[in-house]
Write a protein that binds this ligand. Structure first.
Ligand code: NAX
Ligand code: ADP
Ligand code: K
Length: 510
C-alpha cells in the first residue's frame, strides 16, 4: 500500500483515463462502490443519508454514491449541493443528471438554520465536498456548513479525504470536516495520515477503484510499512555464523545527567541482535554502567564535570578502526567534548547512526554530513529543524518537502523523521509507518529506537531496511503493549522486552 501526493494521484488518474482509456466515470463509479461498502457496514436501508457534494469530482463521487444507494433500496437518500449545474466538473454533471433521473432530492440552501435541521435528521453524512482538488482556504458558506456539521457529532464518512484538509501536508485549510471514517481512494494521501489532518479523517481505510495495478506500482510515493514488508526486510540469522557476522558496534554517549538514555539504547541494541557492542562513555559513569550492563564492553573516555571532555576524541581516534560502525548521541550533551566526538566519527569512513544531541551538534556543522559512508539520522521535528535550518513550523507543516529538500544536499544519508507517523527515506525510497501510539511519546522511547536500529543495522548493514525494521518493530511493540497496559504505564524498557515477541512474529513470516 502506498501514500501518494495529490499531484501523483492526479497523474495516476490521468494515465488511467488517457493511456489506459478508462473513462473517468468508470473510476468514479468504483469510488462510489467502495464508499457504499462502508455505508452498508453501518446503515440499514431506512436510515437517513445526507450526501454533501462540492464542485469537483469528489462531489461527483457523492452523486454516484447517491445513485448506488437508491438502486440498492436505501429509502432516504438526499443530496446537499450548492453548486450550479454549469459549474460542476464534467463527470460530476453526468452523475448529477443521473441522480436527478432517479428523483433523488437535491437540496440547495445558504440558510444555516435549514442546514442544521437537515443535519439533525441525518443518520449518516457523506462528505463529498472537496477531495484532492482543494486549492485554497475554505471560506464563506462552506466554512459555516462545516463548522455546523462538526458541532452535531454525526457519523460522517469522508470520501478520499476530510474536506478542508490539505491532501499533501495534513494542514487545515481554514476549517475541516470532522469525519468518523475516511475512505481514501487507491492510496493513502499524506494529508489523511499526518497530523492534524489525521485527527480530522477519523479511521482511514484505503479502497481500490479499479486503478490498474501497473499504474500504482510505477507511481512515486511512500510505501506504507506492514508486517509482510518488514518481515522481508528483517535480517536473517544463519546457522553458520558467529558474533562477527552480526556487527561490531561502537556506541558513544551518556553523561552523569543522562546515563539512562545510553543504557536503554544499549539494551535495545543487545535485544535486537547486535554481534558485539562496545560503549564509549565519560569515565564518571563507568561504574554505573558497569552495574547495569553485562553483555557489552565499556570504553571509558576522559570526563569533565560528568560529560565527555575535549580530550576524549583524541583518546578514541586510534580505536575507531576496531569497529564496523558507530552509534553516537544518546544522552551525551552538547558540550565541546561531544562536539569533538561527533566530528571525529563523521570524518571517519565508518557508517554512522546519529541520534539525540549528535543531531543538534551536526546541525551546526552540516558540512560534516558530506561523507561517502552510510549515515543514518533519526531526528524528531525539532531536530529536523536544526538539521535543515528550517523553522519548526515549516517542518511540521510539510515534513516531506523539508526532508526531501534536505536529502538533496547530501550523499549517502538515510533519514528517520520521527513523529506520530514516522517517515524513513533516502533520496530514492520513502516509507511511512502508521503503527504505534502515544505511549511512545515519552522520554527514552527514541533511545530505544536508536538501539534497535543499531542492532538491526549491525546485522544487515542495510541502512534503509534496518531503519524501516527498527521503526516498525518499535511501533508495533507499543501497539501490542496497549492491549494489556494503559498508555500511561508503558515505559521505554517495556518496548525492549516486547520486541522479542514482535521479532518472533515477523520472523515466522519469513
Ligand atoms: N478521474 C478522477 O480524477 C477521479 C477523481 N476522483 C475524486 O475526485 C477528487 C478530485 O477531484 P477534483 O480534482 O475535481 O477536485 P475536488 O473535487 O476536490 O474539488 C475541486 C473543485 O473545488 C474547487 N475548490 C478548491 N478549493 C476550494 C475552496 N477552498 N472553496 C471552494 N471551492 C474550492 C476548485 O475550484 C474545483 O472546482 C478526488 O479526491 C476523488 O474523490 C474519483 O472520482 C476517482 C476518479
Ligand atoms: N503520539 C505518538 N504516536 C506514535 N509514536 C510516537 C508518538 N510520539 C512519539 N512517538 C515515537 O516515539 C519516539 C520518540 O523519540 P524521541 O522524541 O527521540 O524520544 P527521546 O527524546 O525519548 O529519545 C519516536 O520513535 C516517535 O516516532
Ligand atoms: K471529501
Amino acid at each position: 500500500m502506498k501514500i501518494v501526493t495529490t499531484k501523483t494521484m492526479k497523474e495516476m488518474d490521468r494515465i488511467a483515463m488517457e493511456e489506459y482509456h478508462i473513462p473517468g466515470v468508470v473510476l468514479m463509479e468504483h469510488a462510489a462502490m467502495a464508499v457504499k461498502k462502508h455505508v452498508d457496514l453501518v446503515a440499514d436501508k431506512n436510515k437517513h443519508i445526507v450526501i454533501l457534494c462540492g464542485p469537483g469530482n469528489n462531489g461527483g463521487d457523492g452523486f454516484a454514491l447517491a445513485r448506488l444507494l437508491k438502486q440498492d433500496g436505501y429509502e432516504q437518500v438526499m443530496i446537499f449541493c450548492n453548486v450550479p449545474f454549469e459549474k460542476m466538473s464534467h463527470d460530476e454533471k453526468i452523475y448529477a443528471a443521473i441522480a436527478g433521473s432517479y428523483h433523488i432530492p437535491i437540496y440547495q440552501s445558504e440558510d444555516l438554520k435549514e442546514v442544521k435541521k437537515m443535519f439533525a435528521s441525518a443518520d449518516i453524512v457523506i462528505d463529498a465536498l472537496f477531495g484532492t482538488g482543494l486549492s485554497r482556504n475554505i471560506e464563506g458558506f462552506y466554512d459555516q456548513l462545516i463548522l455546523t456539521l462538526n458541532t452535531m457529532h454525526k457519523y460522517v464518512i469522508s470520501i478520499d479525504i476530510a474536506s478542508g484538509i490539505n491532501g499533501d501536508s495534513g494542514a487545515i485549510m481554514g476549517c475541516g470536516i470532522q469525519a468518523t471514517k475516511t475512505v481514501s481512494l487507491v492510496c493513502y494521501k499524506p494529508g489523511n495520515v499526518m497530523y492534524p489532518g489525521s485527527a480530522y479523517c477519523g479511521d482511514v481505510v484505503v479502497e481500490d477503484i479499479a486503478m490498474p495495478q501497473e499504474i500504482i506500482a510505477k507511481s512515486n510515493g511512500n510505501e506504507v510499512m506492514d508486517d509482510d514488508l518488514i518481515a522481508s526486510f528483517l535480517p536473517k540469522r544463519q546457522a553458520h555464523s558467529n558474533k562477527g557476522s552480526y556487527g561490531k558496534a561502537l556506541m558513544i554517549g551518556g553523561s552523569m545527567r543522562m546515563h539512562g538514555a545510553l543504557a536503554m539504547c544499549a539494551k535495545a541494541a543487545l535485544s535486537s541482535g547486535i554481534g558485539t557492542l562496545t560503549i564509549a562513555l565519560p569515565s564518571s559513569i563507568h561504574a554505573i554502567m558497569a552495574g547495569k550492563m553485562e553483555e557489552c564492553m565499556l570504553l571509558p573516555l576522559s570526563d569533565e564535570d560528568g560529560y565527555f571532555s575535549e580530550k576524549s576524541a583524541e583518546e578514541l581516534k586510534d580505536q575507531l578502526d576496531l569497529f564496523d560502525f558507530v552509534t553516537i548521541g544518546n544522552g551525551m550533551g552538547r558540550g565541546k567534548g561531544a562536539n569533538a566526538l561527533v566530528e571525529l566519527v563523521l570524518k571517519s569512513n565508518l557508517p554512522c547512526i546519529l541520534d539525540g544531541d549528535a543531531l543538534y551538534l551536526v546541525g551546526k556543522h552540516p558540512e560534516w554530513l558530506k561523507r561517502k559512508a552510510p549515515t543514518i539520522l533519526t531526528p524528531h521535528p525539532k531536530e529536523m529543524s536544526y538539521l535543515s535550518a528550517r523553522k519548526l513550523d515549516d517542518v511540521l507543516n510539510d515534513p516531506m518537502e523539508v526532508v526531501q529538500t534536505f536529502l538533496k544536499g547530501y550523499g549517502n544519508i538515510t533519514l528517520i523523521y520521527k513523529n506520530e507517523h514516522t517517515i524513513v527515506c533516502n533520496k530514492a525510497f520513502s516509507y511511512m509507518n502508521l503503527a504505534g501510539n502515544n505511549a511512545l511519546a515519552k522520554g527514552g522511547s527514541g533511545d530505544v529506537l536508536c538501539g534497535m536500529l543499531c542492532g538491526l543495522y549491525g546485522q544487515s548493514k542495510d541502512a534503509l531496511k534496518s531503519a524501516c525494521c527498527a521503526v516498525y518493530v518499535h511501533a508495533r511493540c507499543a501497539d501490542e503493549l496497549i492491549k494489556a497496559k494503559d498508555y500511561n504505564a508503558i515505559l521505554a524498557k517495556d518496548i525492549i522486552e516486547e520486541s522479542s515477541h514482535i521479532y518472533k512474529e515477523l520472523r515466522n513470516r519469513q
